[in-house]
Design a protein. Sequence first.
Length: 156
Amino acid sequence: MCHGEFKYCRIFIGLLSIKRRYIMTVTRSEYPESLETAVPTEETDRTIASDKVEGTSVYNAQDEKIGNIHNVMIDKYTGHVEYAVMSFGGFLGMGEHYHPLPWSVLRYDEKLGGYVVGISKDALRSGPSFSTTESPVFDRAYGAGIYGHYGVAVPW
């Protein structure tokens, strides 16, 4: 296995045996019990956990609350957020509609602690939406309609 200088071969074998001993002595208790304790799940300076985005308020350009982020739709292949589905209207969950918005139209405002969109309530009302009893197919054609309604270039 070792060729060349015998001294380097002994060092290499010594390192392997130390590594083996360390691996053999690591116990289950030294590993985190779950991912929640192993990786940051809240947010960093540039990223945020999806469950923290859900429920975040959405405001119009006049800082009036117009809805909340219901969920985000992520492209399974690229990992990019394609849409934020905003809950809009209704009272106590009745009459509520969901409006998918291109992620690029949302801007996070630290002062408000929420997202701001430069879209009027009328444009939202006339835009693509679905109710709690409907479930649209978020395919490319549906996505193109969403992006087209808000005048945003389709990212694919």
